[in-house]
Design a protein around this ligand. Structure first.
Ligand SMILES: C[S@@+](CC[C@H](N)C(=O)[O-])C[C@H]1O[C@@H](n2cnc3c(N)ncnc32)[C@H](O)[C@@H]1O
Length: 279
């Protein structure tokens, strides 16, 4: 764990205009947050290794694609339920590379609600990372439910595995360590078309369209595909040259918009989630 210190020098952060001299502020953070903020172009930082950080400080950060004040987002999170085991996982992940990839708490609560509303019994997830979204889904599934959890990275999957066990849902999770498309094809062979109630797409943004086509085959009529990051930090509005992920997501959103095979609703939660209900 490497707590670092960061100075943020924004003129405008997430809809809130700051006076740079008076309101430049200092927060404690972990390396994953720093990279995320740098990616968003809202900070520059310096390493001050011996400072002690609070892992949750920046998890209050408003997702970049949402036009919400920090105060209102803080209020929303204060009224978002998060079981202790999910908090613990969030804290452990905060010290890891890529922690910004984790879904937000309000997204997690929303996904849990979706699983229950749809009566999902068999679900598939692409992009487990350290397991936050998979844990949310598995906890919401009925006792005889199953989540097929796919990721290619053994290191982060090991963290996810630990939390499935800690929370007692490991009997509901079937781990699939491997490439997303290959594993989806395998599931199609094993279970056939129209055999899943819910799918979650949160792996390589540049090939979402490929995942989506395979997932659509896997879903039952009435099944739901949830797609994360469809607003991609607001970058889908005008992808910068060379930003392959933003360009791919902008194209993907166009495909969803005109796809007659689904009902569509893009929800501005987290970094934007598309709900695609197979007709
Ligand atoms: C955004 S993170 C997932 C975050 C996770 N849903 C959560 O809530 O913590 C993306 C994950 O997708 C995985 N991934 C990326 N490309 C992949 C591929 N082609 N096959 C399998 N996994 C992939 C990465 O290893 C990474 O763990």
């Amino acid at each position: 764990m490497h707590p670092l210190s960061l100075h943020i020098f924004p003129t405008r952060v997430l809809g809130h205009t700051l006076k740079p001299s008076a309101e430049t502020f200092k927060v404690n953070y972990y390396s994953g947050h720093y990279r995320a903020l740098k990616d968003f172009g809202i900070c520059r930082g310096s390493r001050q290794p011996n400072e002690v950080g609070l892992s949750s400080t920046l998890s209050l950060k408003v997702p970049a694609s949402m036009n919400m004040t920090t105060e209102l987002y803080t209020y929303l999170l204060e009224h978002t339920r998060e079981p202790q085991v999910l908090q613990d996982l969030r804290d452990e992940t905060a010290a890891m590379n890529g922690s910004h990839m984790q879904i937000t708490r309000d997204q997690g609560q929303f996904m849990s609600m979706l699983v229950k509303l749809t009566g999902t019994k068999r679900a598939v997830e692409l992009g487990v990372y350290t397991g936050y979204s998979s844990l949310v889904v598995a906890m919401a599934l009925p006792e005889d439910g199953k989540l097929y959890a796919i990721d290619k990275d053994e290191r982060s999957m090991a963290v996810a595995r630990k939390y499935w066990q800690l929370s007692g849902v490991n009997n509901k999770v079937v781990e699939r360590l491997g490439n997303a498309q290959g594993e989806l094809k395998q599931l199609l062979e094993e279970f056939g078309q129209g055999s899943f109630d819910m799918g979650f797409i949160d792996a390589d943004k540049r090939v979402y369209h490929l995942y989506y086509e395979l997932m659509l085959k896997l879903m039952k009529p009435g099944g739901i595909i949830v797609v994360d990051n469809v607003l991609f930090y607001g970058k889908v509005v005008k992808p910068e040259a060379g930003d392959k992920a933003a360009a791919a997501l902008a194209e993907f959103n166009k495909v969803l918009f005109t796809d007659e095979r689904i009902d569509l609703s893009i929800i501005p939660v987290g970094d934007g989630m598309a709900l695609c209900r197979k007709r």
